[in-house]
Design a protein around this ligand. Structure first.
Ligand SMILES: [Zn+2]
Length: 234
């Protein structure tokens, strides 16, 4: 969904007017949100609320860290992998390219699925439309071939993103694409919602929480149109 807003505020005693357009590419987090079968579903417990006469609203959550739009830490897929709190933030901030691919459900994406599209950013997000409802789990989503990951690494890509729950097929135990991401010291971004986002170049922000020892973190992933208004000045 595309959302826009305008803001007027005082900066260094001068009035700055700005507007920006962005795409929120994260699903809504609720107890309905599908998680990997067997993983801990999201639960929010309301401890206090105004409707019950409390002076504040207050709640706590229990959840897998692989929830909705999220990034894996290398410690999720490799015994020597870094945990999420020690990952560099450069992976998750910067230029990103959205590329649509069409392939049969359940298959891994290979270079032949987007021939003619040049890789022009350090972060590439693939739109497969193979996990259409974030609140309904389906096993036959698309994922990455390890060859594609190696190929993208050679082209300078540092982050791969996808609109499915995993970079590897749901049944994979070897996690070949995750291992290729590890070997190339890349990062991933999973569980995105890209339906409304046209192919092209964007600015990406998708920062993980600094969870000590964490094997992943949910993120609020957002894209700005590249060449549009300067997001850092908004
Ligand atoms: Zn994950």
């Amino acid at each position: 969904m595309e959302t826009g807003f305008s803001a007027e505020f005082v900066l260094n005693k001068s009035v700055v007017t700005s507007s920006m357009e962005y795409y929120d590419i994260s699903p809504v987090i609720s107890e309905k949100l599908a998680v990997f079968p067997g993983d801990t579903a999201f639960k929010r417990r309301v401890v206090m609320d105004f409707g019950h006469g409390h002076h504040i609203g207050l709640s706590s959550i229990e959840t897998t860290v692989h929830l909705g739009a999220h990034v894996d830490a290398p410690s999720h897929y490799h015994a020597q992998g870094q945990t999420i709190d020690s990952r560099g933030l450069h992976y998750y901030l910067g230029n990103a390219q959205v590329i649509s691919v069409q392939l049969p459900r359940g298959e891994r994406i290979r270079a032949e699925h987007f021939t003619g599209v040049a890789i022009s950013a350090k972060r590439v997000l693939f739109k497969t439309r193979s996990f259409p409802d974030p609140n309904h789990w389906n096993d036959d989503f698309n994922s990455f071939s390890p060859e594609l990951i190696h190929d993208l690494a050679k082209k300078g890509v540092i982050l791969v993103g996808i609109d499915t729950p995993s970079c590897d097929p749901a049944t994979s135990k070897l996690l070949e694409a995750h291992q290729a991401i590890f070997k190339n010291n890349m990062a991933n971004l999973e569980g995105l919602i890209l339906d409304e986002v046209p192919d092209g170049m964007y600015h990406l922000v998708a920062l993980p929480l600094r969870i000590e020892g964490g094997d992943a973190s949910p993120v609020r992933a957002v894209l700005w149109k590249k060449g549009g208004s300067d997001p850092w000045n908004s």
